[in-house]
Design a protein around this ligand. Structure first.
Ligand code: ATP
Ligand code: MG
Length: 642
């Protein structure tokens, strides 16, 4: 593993940071570890408005936890009303549509829009505890929809607009939802991506749905179902923007979000209100070092947990200005993101390794055409970031000036658990570095014993934290079985990791993604990072394939940068390259070249499918979250030709 380089925070950065030294970080960590109740009570007081205070800070009956027991609060109130006095005229959302349309909503305007839409929902009979699906493009109204639900205590479940009718239907039925908030469509690569048709198809088998409310975004053709469907703009005129926020229990469900399904059937992860808000607001300041005048841009879709915690609830609870962009990074050209950064003077950029690798593939001339000097902090989330990609992000985008916060977390964790506080913690490319205060992470073996520094094991968390998953919707047994059955009372992340001599965490990927080759444990991610370091390689996915002699053999899927490559020659070279970079035992048995790799719609490589392809050449698992089924068909077919 690479990671010899260490990047200490500059004095310039540290001197203005919320947490400006390693000692300050360690002091926070120690305090939270010694006195979690006192520590989190203090964070809850400073970051969240409460209508009523708690009787006790937390109650832990493994695997079930409650935070700020008996307290009353409201997420939308915290994101809006609380800021009116001091930040009423500050932009909350700066929106840019793919066609180039722009719209800015100040906190006062966003508050009014949410209040008015809340009143619409209320007048149509929706109330606290009901479930609403949000199936919308990345436009401000999607955020309005989420916050209006939160204001009334309606539990929202955002379904990414790229999901099919089938996936949508499964989620509606699992939740027994009664309301769908959607749009005619959205813009992507200059084309209209229709949404309403999928809703119609899904809802025809969902008798529980009472209303489908449709925002007009594209103006394209959009059949409406008399009685059930209503145009958003028809419902607003004459409705008051004044809608008091419901005073909800701290444990009132805020949302259910289905995980991306990299490993299997999607699970409905339930998050609640008070602890979640406390945690996302705290980490917003610790990790992104958020300041009053930052222009913060997270490129995720609100259909993912990153969008929930670090586009909507975290930033707005902190009163931040957020950029929201609707469309594709390559429309009209591959410099769209850099153009946005330059024009809006973004100061913080938070994106994913898969996006970074796609941008690298296009070449440096795109970022180099633009003035990126407003950026002061970069973030990464979703997968381990290969050191080669880290290096490009650091040099070409951050001009070797902006720290990179590599944030490890999960839909289940609600917020970032492992990441550097950028003014305090020295960076090592490829490592998420150290845990947040109050997060007792460790790496253990099969029996739950801590492993030695440098050894690989299971990443676990020993104590509940405020934004922890509360249950899997409708399936508490699966919840316990999935996360708490291996070591009672200890949260099992499902990821493999190492901790180095400095206590830094190196997440190696999912436990299932660790191979065993001739008795050596080898993470797929290490081989991928080695491949990505080769100048011809844009992306790589590695899986283990059963092998009579070595137990497992290393099998690589590689997509190449632009150029004329001889696959035969390059295949040999890459096998040699990996053997040289990692060791002879890691020499790939097979290199397959692929135009693209199978990914979830959130951009993660689905190794589970590749494993099936290399072992049986068929795919039987759940593929509803796959971005492009054609990729799998092509990869399977390619083998048949071999
Ligand atoms: P499913 O659980 O349904 O298979 P998923 O795990 O891909 O889907 P998420 O909750 O979005 O869904 O992703 C969390 C996982 O992503 C983590 O468990 C980890 O494997 C990976 N991950 C996220 N961020 C990082 C990071 N910074 N470094 C390494 N791995 C990361
Ligand atoms: Mg997961």
């Amino acid at each position: 593993m690479s990671g010899n380089e260490v990047y200490s925070p500059s004095t310039e950065f540290s001197s203005q940071a919320h947490v400006g030294s390693m000692e300050a970080y360690q002091e926070l960590y120690r305090r939270a570890e010694a006195d979690p109740e006192g520590f989190w009570a203090q964070q809850a007081e400073s970051e969240v408005h409460w209508f009523e205070k708690w009787s006790h800070v937390y109650e832990w009956h493994p695997p079930f936890v409650k935070w700020f027991v008996g307290a009353k609060t409201n997420a939308a109130y915290n994101c809006l009303d609380r800021h009116l006095e001091t930040r009423g005229d500050k932009p909350a959302i700066i929106f840019e549509g793919e066609p180039g349309d722009q719209k800015t909503l100040t906190y006062r305007e966003l508050h009014a829009a949410v209040g008015q839409f809340s009143n619409v929902l209320k007048s149509r009979g929706f109330q606290a505890g009901d479930r609403a699906i949000v199936y919308m493009p990345m436009i401000p109204e999607a955020i309005v929809a989420m916050l209006a639900c939160a204001r009334l205590g309606i539990i929202h479940s955002v379904v990414f607009g790229g999901f099919s009718a089938e996936a949508l239907k499964a989620r509606i039925l699992d939740l027994d939802a009664s309301l769908v908030l959607t749009a005619d469509g959205g813009w992507r690569r200059g084309k209209e991506v229709k949404l309403k048709g999928a809703v119609d198809e899904a809802v025809k088998d969902c008798p529980g749905i009472k209303d489908v409310l449709v925002y007009r975004r594209t103006g394209g053709e959009c059949p409406m179902n008399e009685g059930r469907d209503h145009w958003w703009h028809d419902l607003l005129p004459g409705v008051s923007p004044d809608c008091p926020a419901e005073e909800l229990d701290s444990e009132h469900p805020l949302f259910v979000l289905y995980t991306s399904g990299t490993t299997g059937k999607p699970k409905g992860i339930l998050h609640t209100t008070g602890g979640y808000l406390t945690y996302v607001a705290s980490t917003m300041k610790w990790v992104f070092d958020l300041k009053e005048n930052d222009i913060y841009w997270c490129t995720a879709d609100i259909g993912w947990v990153t969008g929930h915690s670090y586009i909507v609830y975290g930033p707005l609870a902190c009163g931040a200005t957020c950029l929201v962009y609707e469309g594709a990074p390559d429309f009209p050209a591959w410099d769209r993101w850099w153009d946005i950064v330059e024009r809006h003077k973004a100061t913080i950029l938070y994106t994913s390794p898969t996006a970074i690798r796609a941008l690298i593939k296009q070449g440096d001339e795109y970022p180099n055409k633009h003035d990126l000097s407003s950026l002061r902090l970069l973030g990464s989330v979703g997968e381990p970031i290969n050191p080669a990609a880290w290096d490009w992000y650091y040099r070409v985008i951050g001009k070797s000036r902006s720290p990179i916060v590599d944030t490890w977390w999960q839909t289940e964790t609600g917020g970032i658990l492992i990441a550097p506080m950028p003014g305090a913690v020295p960076l090592k490319p490829g490592s998420g570095t150290l845990p947040m205060p109050g997060v007792l992470t460790d790496v253990v073996d099969f029996y739950g014993e801590k492993v030695a520094p440098g050894a690989e094991g299971f990443l676990i968390i020993r104590r509940p934290w405020p934004s922890m998953i509360r249950t899997i919707w409708g399936d508490p047994e699966r919840f316990e079985q999935q996360y708490f059955s291996r070591m009672p009372g200890i949260y099992f992340t499902g990821d493999a990791a190492r901790r180095d001599e400095d206590g830094y965490f190196w997440v190696l990927g999912r436990v299932d993604d660790v191979m065993n080759v001739s008795g050596h444990r080898l993470s797929t991610m290490e081989v991928e990072s080695a491949l990505v370091r080769h100048p011809a390689v844009a992306e790589a996915a590695v899986v283990g394939k059963p092998h009579e002699i070595t137990g497992q053999a290393v099998c690589c899927f590689v997509s190449l940068k632009q150029g004329n490559w001889d696959h035969g020659v390059l295949g040999k070279e890459l096998r040699q390259w990996v053997a040289h970079e990692i060791g002879a035992f890691a020499r790939p048995e097979e290199i397959r070249f692929a135009e693209s790799l199978p990914k979830t719609r959130s951009g993660k490589i689905m190794r589970r499918l590749l494993r099936e392809i290399v072992t049986s050449n068929t795919v039987t698992g759940d593929v509803t979250t796959l971005e492009d089924l054609g990729v799998v068909t092509r990869l399977s077919a390619q083998h048949d030709e071999d």
